[in-house]
Design a protein around this ligand. Structure first.
Ligand code: 13P
Ligand code: SF4
Length: 312
């Protein structure tokens, strides 16, 4: 009975998607059934690139608020829907535009790099955006004579500092889901699965990143899984990624580093809400023009390839 109902909802979504000329984008942490119905599933960078080049009129963004906001800024002429308007990111909400202004005043020679997991207000007062997939490359594009402020994730910022050898002024934000993962979990996993590589997301604590074999974005984890000879891989990130890893690599075994690494905000998006959202064309995500133009400049600087923080 339940099976029938899900099939029914999926069919209705597919039909409405056609009628509305809509596309469904999903982040790698979404529920399995949401990933399965999406036209494209990816990490934050892949989704931002996709959102910048869409031909459809309506974008159903299955992720959290900052992701839909970024898509709305990149494609202002499209209708961008977030099927649950309350799907936020606690880390993004830790920093405000005023926090960044205060840091800039204290460090006037600094280039401000904001993690894409930030509000449009924060992006609007930043020089360049980054994701976990390109943060190291972005910082490497900043001239050596510049200071660097990184907001809001102190763990990703610390990881980038270690990878680039640059001093970075860090804001005190963090992801509550990734912060749950501890070195003791890595030790326990290594005991249970000797020889299995441990990969973690760079939003993880410093000691966790250092104890792992690699710190990777979710997209990079997918590539690692495909290319690795290992039969078993320990995955230290939000557990939603395990669905995609298992689907793409059915012959390999993926073990969550911590089964409780669940982002409840990512899980707010359900098939029922996607259907409702397509029916009503709500909730729409928009960004006020004045903020959007400045915030978009930081996102476009990320998607470009020139030096950052150099006056023309
Ligand atoms: P990526 O998929 O870009 O690695 O991002 C992880 C994340 O926490 C998104 O909220
Ligand atoms: Fe935010 Fe962490 Fe959830 Fe990603 S996993 S949306 S960073 S709270």
């Amino acid at each position: 009975m339940k099976e029938l109902l899900v099939t029914d909802i999926v069919e209705q979504i597919q039909q409405l998607k056609k009628n509305r000329n809509a596309v469904i984008l999903a982040h790698n942490y979404q529920l399995a059934e949401v990933q399965d119905i999406a036209d494209f599933t990816g990490d934050s960078l892949e989704l931002a690139r996709k959102a910048a080049n869409l031909k459809e009129d309506v974008v159903v963004f299955c992720g959290v608020h900052f992701m839909a906001e970024t898509a709305a800024m990149l494609s202002p002429q499209k209708i961008v829907l977030l099927p649950d308007a309350h799907a936020g990111c606690p880390m993004a909400d830790m920093a405000t535009g005023d926090d960044v202004r205060a840091l800039k005043q204290k460090h006037p020679n600094a280039v401000v790099v904001c993690y894409v997991n930030s509000t449009a207000d924060v992006k609007a007062v930043s020089d360049v955006c980054c994701t976990s997939a390109n943060a190291v490359d972005i910082v490497n594009r900043i001239p050596e004579n510049k200071d660097i402020i990184f907001v809001p994730d102190k763990y990703l910022g610390g990881h980038v500092s270690r990878m680039t050898g640059r001093d970075i002024i860090l804001f005190d934000g963090y992801c509550p889901t990734h912060a749950k993962q501890l070195v003791s979990h890595i030790e326990a996993a290594r005991n249970l699965y000797p020889g299995a590589p441990v990969i973690v997301h760079p939003e993880s604590r410093k000691d966790v990143c250092l104890a792992a074999d690699a710190a990777l974005s979710t997209g990079q984890m997918c590539a690692y899984a495909k290319n690795s000879d290992a039969q078993t891989i320990i995955v230290g990130t939000e557990v939603g990624l395990l669905h995609r890893l298992r689907k793409e690599n059915p012959e390999k075994t993926f073990v969550p580093l911590l089964e409780q690494a669940i982002c409840m905000n990512m899980k707010k998006i359900t098939l029922e809400k996607i259907l409702w959202s397509l029916e009503e064309l709500e909730p729409r995500i928009t960004v006020p023009d004045d903020i959007a133009s400045q915030a978009n400049a930081a996102v476009l600087a990320m998607l470009g390839d020139g030096p950052i923080g150099v006056n023309p």
